[in-house]
Design a protein around this ligand. Structure first.
Ligand code: ADP
Ligand code: MG
Length: 683
């Protein structure tokens, strides 16, 4: 039975039961849905003479020498034997396998599975496994206390119940997309007969997972679209605001502002009383001018007698937006308040009061905005800046402060078009694909240690010319401390050497928000010449006097992240530079650095990043507040993504709310999948 308790499966028992629980496995059914993270191919047998460095394969061979044990010290023993298959000899070594000496049959032929090391023609394997059956073995992600062998044998017992797993995909769909059934897929994902069968099984499971994701996101969008919001269409202030701006909007800014204004007014479908709420993502490269676009949206809300709130990830960024906007807004009679964690109790109280009684029409702040004590009189528009720093939940928490407010999210993380559709399946997307005129490109260099002294001199030259410098070190994990330059040690060293007589600030991830804000504020005010930091400055800060960005261990950063970092300079009238220090460049690193040197186009950079870095690392689904996927890969399964989207549309065309009996299982599975991100509440 699928519902059989894992503890009652033979080979588990009371002791091991808890280890399975820790993996989230309570029943035989759960077990079947716990997929391998990889496979060992113990089905392929190679000749010793053909073994290549680093490959893991099987060799079938018989002993040339006796099996010898040596004991270099107490508690450590080596077992060594040389074996042959006629094509060559292979040197085998085990550690602490004393029992082998007795059991090893010198006249027998064994199959060894292991990783070949080939050095100067000598072929070796350390700790090879003696394989009894040539097959593909699954490898599971396990916790301490469980071995692959135990887990596999329990899985084999549970696989007996695979036939009871109900089929969730309708027959017509499997027929159209040539997908195998659920039972076949489960059996072969755990114990594939060969790699073709594995592929066939995996395709079916990944397709199903993507289908559930896409159906869920489409339903989520339908539901939001059905929500009614307040129409916001008085925008007299906008024309005045544009007159006050020191520059004209770019065409891209105008277009996106118009799209937003149309959404807020409810387009053509409105009945005058209520309109579909807006759910819009504005994507624009660093420096493309997203802030004014958000300001226009907030002005429309304020003009219409409603309130707007803008949430940003850091206090310094909130202050920066506040400084940029409050003056302009005040000139138009719109009162703005700031709300951040580092304000005094009194400042916070004042801000909260003005929001609750409606005196303030616009709030700009951090996570402080979503805290319990904050209430709005009439919140109708919610803006989140640098959206990739917030999850769906935080967005929802702010939206919860109003009654179905319009939603605007802004991000500078350039997402390749193929992905944005899935990642933001519940949002409409506007792209600001144009930078304001006259933006200079930032001269970018990638260098190695040999250039250290010259870069130091260059930093000094910038500082002594009155400019400021950023120096970014990757975040330091304690264990990697030896390997990486820790930001704090580094700052100390600079103060004592190169930068003697100049001021060096330091920000890192472990500092309290208020401390960080303080250091950033002093840098922004020009009180510090150089700022050493971990990536906390990645987001949004604007210091026009900073002209040089130096990144240590640049090979450790994602390209998009480097691009964001580089976007911190080149914000003023002065010529700006970015220097990327790289350690031990391999071919991929060199390719990545070349892209950084050659282009300033965030989209191009993101696409290259995706191609060169592969799955998972580009950015996790977690950051986007999407449910976690167990088998499908958002970055590699492009064909399945396209097909699953097509299938999802087809299903929803005939059954928009998934009420049909043939979709009931799909619906249940979608509910489970979306539970962890706050649920989908299908009605
Ligand atoms: P981001 O899209 O990275 O959030 P910002 O909104 O911070 O960009 O704008 C970056 C800089 O460009 C700001 O100093 C802003 O005043 C300026 N800016 C925005 N729009 C224009 C424009 N149309 N023309 C000239 N400068 C602009
Ligand atoms: Mg910004």
């Amino acid at each position: 039975m699928l519902s059989k308790e894992i503890g009652s499966i033979k080979g588990v028992g009371k002791q091991r039961e808890k280890l399975f629980w820790r993996l989230g496995i309570r029943t035989a059914g759960d077990m079947l849905c716990y997929y391998p993270r990889g496979y060992e191919d113990r089905s392929r047998i190679k000749k010793i003479a053909e073994l290549e460095e680093g490959e893991s394969v099987c060799v079938r061979a018989t002993a040339c020498t006796v099996l010898k044990t040596s004991r270099p010290r107490k508690g450590l023993s080596y077992q060594k034997v040389t074996v042959t298959d006629g094509s060559g000899v292979l040197f085998l070594t085990w550690f602490n396998h004393d029992w082998m000496v007795r059991d090893f049959d010198l006249s027998a032929e064994y199959t060894y599975y292991g990783r070949a090391a080939v050095k100067n023609g000598r072929v070796e394997m350390s700790n090879p496994v003696i394989v009894r059956e040539n097959k593909i073995e699954p490898i599971y992600p396990l916790t301490g206390g469980l071995t692959q062998n135990v887990f596999r044998s329990v899985m084999a017992r549970c696989a007996a119940y695979a036939g009871e797993v109900p089929e969730s995909l309708p027959g017509w769909l499997r027929e159209r997309y040539t997908l195998c059934g659920a039972e076949y897929a489960l059996r072969n994902i755990h114990f594939p007969g060969d790699f073709e069968k594995f592929q066939f099984a995996r395709t079916r499971l990944a397709f199903e997972e993507l289908l559930l994701l896409r159906l869920g996101l489409k339903l989520l969008k339908q539901r939001r679209v059905r929500l009614n919001g307040v129409p916001l269409r008085r925008a007299e202030g906008v024309a005045e605001f544009l007159k006050l701006l020191p520059y004209p909007l770019t065409n891209a800014q105008k277009r996106v502002a118009r799209e937003i204004a149309d959404d807020l007014a409810g387009g053509a479908q409105s009945d005058g009383q209520s309109v579909k709420v807006m759910n819009r993502l504005v994507q624009g490269d660093v420096g493309s001018g997203k802030t004014v676009v958000a300001a226009i949206a907030m002005l429309i809300a304020a003009d219409s007698g409603a309130q707007a709130a803008m949430m940003v990830p850091t206090g310094i960024l909130a202050e920066q937006h506040y400084r940029a906007l409050s003056g302009l807004f005040a000139a138009l009679g719109v009162s703005v308040v700031l709300l951040t964690g580092s304000q005094t109790a009194k400042q916070k109280r004042d801000a909260r009061e003005k929001l609750a009684n409606g005196q303030a029409r616009v709030a700009i702040g951090t996570h402080a905005l979503i805290q319990d004590g904050v209430a709005f009189q009439n919140l109708c528009l919610v803006v989140t800046d640098e959206q990739h720093r917030f999850g769906v939940k935080q967005r929802a928490a702010l939206a919860g402060k109003g009654d179905a407010p319009h939603l605007l999210v802004m991000t500078a993380t350039p997402i390749p078009r193929t992905l944005s559709m899935i990642l933001y399946g519940d949002l409409d997307v506007s792209v600001i694909d144009e930078l304001p005129p006259g933006r200079q490109r930032i001269d970018t260099f990638s260098v190695d240690e040999g250039m250290r002294e010259r870069v130091n001199q260059f930093m000094l030259k910038q500082i002594d010319g009155g400019r400021q410098v950023y120096i970014v070190c990757p975040l330091v994990e304690e264990s990697e401390a030896a390997e990486l330059k820790s930001a704090s040690e580094y700052a100390e060293r600079l103060r004592g050497t190169v930068f003697r007589g100049r001021t060096v600030g330091l920000v890192h991830g472990k500092m309290k928000a208020a401390e960080k804000d303080d250091v950033m504020r002093r840098f922004a005010a020009g009180e510090t010449d150089a700022l050493v930091s971990t990536t906390v400055i990645e987001v949004g800060v604007n210091v026009p006097n900073a002209t040089l960005m130096v990144v240590e261990n640049a090979e450790r950063f994602g390209l998009s992240q480097l691009h964001q970092l580089r976007g911190r300079v080149g914000r003023g009238a002065h010529r700006s530079y970015c220097v990327l220090f790289c350690q031990g460049g391999n071919a991929v690193t060199e390719q990545r650095m070349r892209i950084m040197r050659e282009t300033n186009d965030g989209f191009k950079i993101a696409e290259t990043d995706l191609r060169l870095r592969g799955p998972g690392e580009f950015f996790g689904t977690r950051q986007h507040g999407l449910p976690e996927l167990k088998i499908a890969n958002l970055y590699l399964d492009t064909e399945l993504i396209a097909k699953s989207g097509e299938a999802a549309d087809q299903i929803l065309r005939t059954d928009p709310a998934l009420r049909g009996a043939e979709h009931s299982l799909i619906k249940t599975k979608i509910d489970t999948m979306f539970e962890e991100i706050g649920g989908i509440e299908l009605t």
